[in-house]
Design a protein around this ligand. Structure first.
Ligand code: 2BA
Length: 108
């Protein structure tokens, strides 16, 4: 069994979760914040069998659109980060994922 951690844009989260659950995946969604843009995103926990990993990745790819945005906050000031990234255009969206081995899972 594997655990997929997938970080998606908040704007895409509903459709991604719907697509996953419609195809039988079990999903937990966490409200998270990106460290660079300091804006909310959604982290999905998806526990699944090894042979369904490719299906999950395909759904993430299809339903997570890519877009551009401008970094407009400087909330990181005071924590040692520089100002030169403010105003920078960055590509956001798509899904960033990590796939972890699960030693054991269950319900008690
Ligand atoms: P953020 O950290 O807010 O990053 C948003 C987007 O800003 C990133 O999109 C990337 O295009 C850009 N970016 C991030 N750090 C940068 C940097 N140091 N210099 C220049 N541009 C930078 P994505 O790569 O699609 O990442 C979307 C979100 O996924 C991230 O939001 C973060 O919450 C998460 N993420 C991405 N890679 C991660 C990693 N290796 N570990 C943990 N979380 C990650």
């Amino acid at each position: 069994m594997k655990l997929i951690l997938a970080i998606v844009n908040n704007d895409d989260s509903n459709i991604v979760v719907s697509a996953l659950t419609n195809r039988g995946f079990e999903v937990t969604r966490l409200s998270t914040t990106g460290g660079f843009l300091n804006v909310g995103n959604t982290t999905l926990l998806i526990g699944t069998e090894n042979d369904r990993i490719d299906d999950a990745k395909e759904i993430l790819k299809v339903f997570s659109s890519t877009r551009k945005t401008v970094k407009s906050t400087n909330e990181s000031f005071g924590r040692g980060l520089r100002n030169d990234s403010v105003g920078e255009e960055v590509t956001v969206g798509g899904a960033t994922y990590f796939i972890l081995d699960v030693e054991e899972s269950g319900r008690v």
